[in-house]
Design a protein around this ligand. Structure first.
Ligand SMILES: C[S@@+](CC[C@H](N)C(=O)[O-])C[C@H]1O[C@@H](n2cnc3c(N)ncnc32)[C@H](O)[C@@H]1O
Length: 235
């Protein structure tokens, strides 16, 4: 992240759009990258996520949230200075459409940012993250939520190239060290929640076994956050 801080040091941020903001997990980073920003708008298709994140940021100035489909942003053309999307491309029905919408609302010269975890070229501890994430995604799909496996790095680059940005460049983000025990406990507890989602469900025995093996893998192999790619370019 230090490299990114240096890279964005001169960019004022201005009006920032965080697409598929979820519970606003990336907003602290956006505020850190662009301390002089004018306003942040976080949008998400889930009304529940928007209600939650609204409450979480109720006491924060210069930030607003709205329910919106990334494929049909209710925002004016050329109205945003910085448009970002983080770890959400693999959640979208039509990533190209969403990215073109982000480009439409971005002003000419505006900064476009994609951050996305990828599945290839990881060390064994990072592979724990990739495999657990794919297991969670499979259970989400069973429950009717759009959650695909993560892309390869090459696939993310291809998607970013199709947007048609100027000065597009890529920065790989990697922290190969194991996460601390508090994070391990949180991941294990999320795995337990996912096991509960398929508990007693017919046809899910293999999926359940995979979850148990993955939980053991966290203890035996360790867990580190998977590498992700930042694609940064200008409209
Ligand atoms: C992994 S979560 C969000 C991650 C968040 N950006 C972060 O970094 O913490 C993916 C989000 O994509 C949202 N999403 C899926 N399809 C969407 C769409 N068409 N428009 C807007 N948001 C969408 C989901 O509701 C979910 O909150």
């Amino acid at each position: 992240m230090q490299e990114l801080m240096r890279k964005f040091a001169e960019w004022p941020g201005g009006m920032i759009l965080d697409v598929a903001t979820g519970h606003g997990g990336f907003i602290p980073h956006l505020r850190e990258f662009f301390p002089g920003y004018r306003f942040i708008v976080g949008v998400d298709i889930s009304s529940r996520a928007i209600d939650d994140v609204h409450r979480m940021y109720a006491a924060t100035n210069k930030i607003e949230f709205a329910m919106m489909d990334a494929g049909e942003l209710a925002l004016k053309r050329d109205s945003i200075e910085t448009a970002a999307i983080t770890n959400s491309l693999h959640h979208l029905r039509d990533a190209d459409l969403a990215l073109q919408e982000m480009k439409r609302v971005l002003r000419p010269g505006g900064l476009f940012l994609i951050f996305e975890m990828f599945k290839d070229g990881q060390n064994e501890m990072q592979n724990s993250h990739v495999r657990i994430h794919h297991w969670w995604a499979e259970i989400d799909r069973l429950n009717g939520y759009l959650h695909n496996e993560t892309f390869t790095k090459r696939q993310i680059i291809k998607i970013a190239e199709r947007i048609g940005l100027r000065k597009l460049e890529y920065i790989e983000l990697s922290d190969p060290e194991p996460v601390n025990q508090a994070v391990v406990d949180r991941i294990q507890s999320t795995c337990d929640d996912y096991l509960a989602k398929i508990d007693g469900r017919p046809g899910c025995e293999q999926l359940r076994q995979r979850g148990i093996i993955l939980k053991q893998r966290i203890d035996e192999t360790g867990f580190a956050w998977a590498k992700s790619l930042c694609a940064a370019g200008y409209k």
